[in-house]
Design a protein around this ligand. Structure first.
Ligand code: NAI
Length: 281
């Protein structure tokens, strides 16, 4: 669909990937609302790209409901919602406190749930149709060390969006859904604890600037590129929006491990695992 004049809400739009998405949507002519918990950055970005800023905590259902009401009050309806706000501190599972889990799942999973819950009825009621883009991660498709809490949230976002997209398609809805699974993007995610809530103080998490870890498997891109991937996904209706299609070998390793388990346990039980019947191992 043409994005010119459409109304788009981007959570976490003050910084990083959200700012990249908001910038690309504005360049398409969309009327953009950025929702963020960090007021100073939000006001600066809103002024820079000509967006409306709405102070929002995505982990709070009421705050997201208020955001949806503010968007409809400002522009009459909403066409595009990007549930993108997120945090990325890291720790081995054994080091995670319950406050870490609550913060991570509160923002990275419940934040998306709140966005879908508050905006889906508005998008469905929009005669011009709509689109939901949920930001997961490559860590929603394959995970590694220190990503336990993050991956628990991001696998959830992938699963939620896969089911939502299938249900909308089965209904013949004019609303579509995409899940953005970025690889490494140069953002402020390495200082996520700047937004840690005071009521969840017990921290095993550490802010990590993984760019300094210099992993040769990583390819770093800028947020604008992620924004362009999102615009393309909305226009084409892609379910999986990928910034790093070159990273498939990492996902394939996980798929191969799952396929091997099916093959072995099916053979033990005397079943045909069906792995050679067209399912890619
Ligand atoms: P960022 O730190 O630059 O931007 C995140 C934004 O979300 C900030 O403006 C922050 O203030 C806001 N935010 C944090 N908690 C919030 C809350 N409770 N309510 C509302 N806003 C809140 O980081 P980045 O990298 O742009 O992160 C955006 C999304 O992209 C996240 O969901 C992250 O998990 C995901 N992602 C990032 C990758 C990367 O390499 N940077 C890779 C894959 C996914």
């Amino acid at each position: 669909p043409d994005l010119d004049g459409k109304v788009a809400v981007v959570t976490g739009g003050a910084s990083g990937i959200g700012k990249g998405i908001a910038t690309r949507l504005a360049a398409e002519g969309a009327r953009v609302i950025i929702a963020d918990i960090q007021r100073d950055a939000m006001e600066a970005t809103a002024a820079e790209i000509g967006a409306l800023g709405v102070l929002t905590d995505v982990s709070d259902a009421q705050s997201v409901a208020d955001l949806a009401r503010a968007a409809v009050e400002a522009f009459g309806t909403v066409h595009v919602v990007c549930n993108n706000a997120g945090i990325g501190p890291l720790a081995p599972v054994a080091d995670l406190t319950l406050d870490d889990w609550r913060w991570m799942l509160g923002v990275n999973l419940w934040g998306v749930i709140h966005g879908v819950h508050a905006f889906l009825p508005i998008l469905k009621a929009n005669r011009e149709g709509g689109h939901i883009v949920n930001t997961a991660s490559m860590a929603g498709l394959v995970a590694g060390p220190r990503l336990g809490a993050y991956a628990a949230a991001k696998y959830g976002v992938v699963g939620l969006t896969e089911v939502l997209a299938a249900e909308l398609a089965a209904d013949g809805s004019r609303v579509g859904a995409s899940v953005l699974c970025p690889g490494t993007v140069r953002t402020s995610i390495g200082t996520s604890s700047r937004n840690r809530p005071a009521d969840l103080p017990d921290a095993g998490f550490k802010d990590v600037d993984i760019e300094l870890e210099d992993n040769p498997r990583y390819r770093w891109i800028y947020p604008d590129e992620a924004g362009s991937v999102v615009v393309r996904a909305i226009k084409r209706g892609d379910l999986y929006a990928l910034t790093h299609p070159d990273w498939y070998p990492m996902v394939a390793e996980r798929h191969a491990a799952i396929a091997a388990a099916f093959r072995e346990q099916a053979a033990e039980a005397g079943f045909d695992a069906g792995l050679d019947a067209g399912v890619d191992a």
